[in-house]
Design a protein around this ligand. Structure first.
Ligand code: ADP
Ligand code: NI
Length: 216
């Protein structure tokens, strides 16, 4: 029964996110789902909630919901009601979908339950390492932003709005988010993986600057 709901939810997410170009495509969701299952297998948790929240965490189409955070949780709720998931779990999953994002945490929001922490770690791991780097440049291109400009310095954001509205370069995004993620992981499993991905990103930046300066 639960397996069937997860399978149908995966199909629903895949169909809904087809062609999404801002870094929240189905492949991102699939990776987050896999990360979440892996982290969840090391924790005492409700894996059903973890898997459904991972699958639904980016369900709102970014093109239509810029600035409106209520669309994702509402879509998730409608879907879970149609699958007759119990009310308590629907509430929990929608709460995770609503509060998961990095931009929310810049505003000070912290997730509380172990299930939320697992999905948040799973999502954040996908913003690190080789894939995190690729997503950053893809997102920058999508927004018509420049790759690097040594005259534009990285910023220290203190609110969700500031972070979301900033017009930063791809390289600055490393300092404004990617390199901060290692210390923000909730679970031991994710902390270990994050440490490796962090090191890889630092090496990448070293190589990038060496090439930029014609040194290598
Ligand atoms: P979240 O749901 O965690 O808030 P975002 O929507 O901010 O995630 O990001 C989607 C992807 O695009 C992530 O890999 C993220 O690191 C990247 N990204 C977000 N903002 C920027 C930016 N200003 N420049 C480059 N990449 C970005
Ligand atoms: Ni995501």
């Amino acid at each position: 029964m639960n397996k069937e709901i997860i399978k149908k939810t995966a199909e629903f997410a895949q169909q809904t996110l087809q062609g999404e170009g801002s870094g929240h495509d189905w492949w991102h969701v699939l990776r987050v789902w896999n990360n979440a299952k892996m982290i969840g297998s090391h924790e005492q948790c409700d894996l059903f909630v973890v898997e459904l929240a991972a699958l639904l965490h980016d369900i709102a189409d970014q093109k239509f919901h810029d600035g409106d955070d209520s669309v994702g949780p509402r879509k998730a709720q409608e879907w879970l009601e149609s699958q007759e998931v119990d009310e308590e779990r629907i509430y929990h999953i929608c709460d995770i979908v609503e509060n998961l994002s990095y931009s929310k945490s810049v505003g000070g929001t912290k997730v509380q339950t172990i299930e939320a922490q697992i999905v948040q770690d799973a999502d954040r791991l996908d913003a690190m390492g080789a894939i995190g780097i690729a997503r950053t440049f893809a997102y920058s291109g999508h927004k018509n932003r420049t790759m690097h400009d040594p005259n534009i310095k990285p910023q220290d954001f203190t609110s969700t709005e500031q972070y979301r509205n900033a017009d930063s370069t791809a390289i600055n995004h490393f300092y404004e988010k990617l390199l901060l993620l290692k210390d923000l992981m909730n679970t031991k499993t994710a902390k270990k993986i994050a440490a490796d991905r962090h090191e890889y990103m630092q090496q990448y930046l070293e190589q990038f600057y060496a090439e930029w300066n014609g040194e290598q």
